[in-house]
Design a protein around this ligand. Structure first.
Ligand SMILES: NC(=O)CC[C@H](N)C(=O)O
Length: 463
């Protein structure tokens, strides 16, 4: 029998098989796919136990009494027709043994990583291209993602390094004048897995309660749940150098600038130019754009670039960038920082701050679930102001391990963790969070001005 599935006159009759007490007859005009789904809703949401009759153009095509085999009429009917809507085809298996069924988008395959939740309301593309997320699945707590698509200007690096993206709802369309591509196509091209239709709220509550968890995301049916769980339990992120996988391999001069339409702090550079060497531990482009806006000429160098070579360039200041993974797993970077501090003004951001903390004699530790989002209140102890900040870190410097001449300048108001350091005698400042934001509020942008002041004062002293 050939059926025009898009235009059928269908009727459903649900009748009580034993008593006949409950009868429901609906005449509707809908396509058969919707009809099948609709019957599923009636049976499972209203809890009806009756047998089902579907009549299509008055020809009965499906009629079954309720029996064990009839418990899933949607699935039974699906053998007759290919379903055009997507069904669950992915699993996220967490190391605590929980299994989350979801729908995949982007790339397919099997990927392991640490699951962290990000509370930013906007800026998923900047988050996807932040190299500090290497080795991590980013779960967005904002439930609706993908509505603005992606564009070439909002990249924070040239690649997506994260393990994958976990979202509640994937926008079915894009609507933005800057959009050049849909999120799913973008991720597929970059071989990054994504899942949607997963209870992100429940996973976030679990992470908040139990701490960040390792997970395995898979679209491969050949892998059993037990195999994926074992993979999650065996994988380690603590103690691993992730910087070497994201840093540039040779020095380069930064030539990009903040487009004038995005510039919000005119006249910051006062016509003066400073040469900054930026260590790329996984640097976000907006750090470079903001430094350029403040009048810096920037040379970006790889994470393994020797301190002596950097000092030979006679920079006015050195920036230690953000970067992925465990700051205690990169002793070579801590040594470079040690060899530099005290000789040139320095500014550390996130991983850079953690490396400075260690170079000063302190220790870092892994937080329960870290800080990831654009709404973290930070108390700037130097001027008394509260900044709403952009954050992305799982580790922090333990201030109790620092020598007395190191000043804690900023405190995260959510958990009182150390959010900024300074050591005036070494011309050193650092922030655990992201003054460049992208995405996030701009409250902390003046930190770049502080770095300029340090370089200026040092320049005056040395002439
Ligand atoms: N954004 C960053 O630099 C992150 C620093 C470090 N990888 C952490 O998770 O704490």
């Amino acid at each position: 029998m050939l059926l025009d599935l898009n235009n059928l006159d269908c009727s459903i009759r649900l009748a009580s098989c034993s008593t006949g007490a409950r009868q429901l007859q609906i005449m509707i005009q809908m396509n058969l796919y919707k009809l099948i789904k609709f019957i599923g809703y009636i049976k499972y949401y209203l809890g009806l136990k009756e047998h089902v009759t579907i009549a299509v153009n008055k020809n009965i095509v499906f009629h079954r009494r309720r029996s064990n085999a009839d418990r899933y009429p949607i699935q039974m009917l699906s053998v007759l027709f290919d379903r055009p809507w997507k069904t669950s085809d992915a699993r996220l298996v967490l190391e605590d043994g929980s299994i989350w069924r979801a729908k995949s988008f982007g790339a397919s395959g099997t990927q392991v990583g640490e699951v962290v939740f990000n509370t930013s309301l906007t800026g998923y593309q900047e988050i996807l291209t932040d190299p500090s997320y290497a080795g991590q699945f980013v779960l967005m707590t904002n439930p609706h993602i993908g509505n603005t698509g992606v564009n070439i200007d909002d990249e924070e690096s040239n690649q997506c390094f994260l393990a994958g993206l976990v979202i509640r709802s994937l926008s079915i369309c894009t609507s933005n004048w800057r959009c050049t591509e849909a999120l799913g196509d973008y991720l597929a091209k970059r071989n990054i897995m994504g899942i949607y239709d997963v209870d992100t709220r429940a996973i976030t509550r679990r992470l908040r309660q139990d701490g960040s968890l390792i997970g395995v995301l898979s679209t491969e049916k050949s892998q059993t749940d037990e195999e994926l769980l074992e993979m999650a339990r065996k994988w380690k992120i603590v103690g691993v150098d992730l910087i070497s996988g994201v840093s540039c391999t040779a020095p380069y001069k930064w030539t990009g600038n903040t487009g004038s339409e995005w510039e919000f702090s005119n006249g910051q550079n006062h016509g003066e130019t400073f040469h900054v060497v930026a260590y790329d531990f996984g640097i976000k482009h907006n750090i470079l754009r903001r430094l350029a806006s403040y009048g810096c000429k920037i040379t970006v160098v790889p994470s393994t670039w020797p301190a002596a070579e950097t000092l030979k360039m006679k920079p006015d200041g050195i920036l230690f960038s953000n970067g992925p993974g465990d700051p205690a797993a990169v002793p070579y970077a801590v040594q470079t920082v040690k060899d530099i501090i005290g000789k040139v003004p320095v500014f550390g951001i996130c991983m850079g701050h953690q490396l400075l903390g260690q170079a000063l004699g302190g220790k870092t530790f892994k937080m329960k679930f870290g800080h990831h989002g654009g709404n973290h209140p930070v108390h700037n102890l130097r001027n008394g102001r509260v900044e709403i900040s952009a954050q992305n870190h799982n580790y922090a410097v333990d201030p109790a391990t620092l020598p007395p001449d190191v000043e804690v300048t900023h405190v995260n108001l959510n958990d009182n963790s150390c959010a900024g350091l300074a050591c005036p005698k070494l011309n050193l400042i650092s922030l655990q969070y992201h003054p460049e934001s992208s995405p996030g509020p701009h409250d902390s942008d003046p930190a770049f001005g502080e770095f300029i002041k340090l370089m200026k004062a040092n320049k005056l002293q040395t002439v």
